[in-house]
Design a protein around this ligand. Structure first.
Ligand SMILES: [Zn+2]
Length: 107
């Protein structure tokens, strides 16, 4: 099983993860946030909007660029990611992280 060996935020606010098999993957924060595997977010994604003609009001926090506030290892299989919108209950397994993002070509 591959596991992260280094985490970094680049200047554009992207997350860079270097993996034990020597590849580096780049992630947009929004992409990670949208893929949040916690029960609340899964439910939200599966529920269609109540009124398709209404535009939900965005809070000030939602209008600001989303950032990663912190990442904590969970066991030896996942990271919990805290986002700047205050959401921090998502546990991103290494497996899920390898399905998201894009490989950074080093050549
Ligand atoms: Zn979530």
């Amino acid at each position: 099983m591959t596991y992260p060996t280094a985490l970094k935020l680049d200047d554009g606010g992207r997350l860079l993860i270097t993996w034990s098999d020597q590849v580096t993957w780049s992630y947009r924060v929004r992409e990670l946030r949208d893929a949040c595997p916690c029960a609340t977010c899964r439910e939200k994604r599966n529920t269609p909007p109540a009124d398709p003609f209404a535009l939900p009001l965005l809070s000030k926090v939602e209008l600001e660029p989303l950032r990663i506030g912190g990442m904590k290892p969970v066991g030896n299989y996942a990271y919990s990611i805290a986002f700047s919108d205050g959401h921090d209950t998502g546990i991103f397994t290494f497996e899920l992280l390898r399905e998201l993002g894009a490989e950074v070509s080093t050549s």
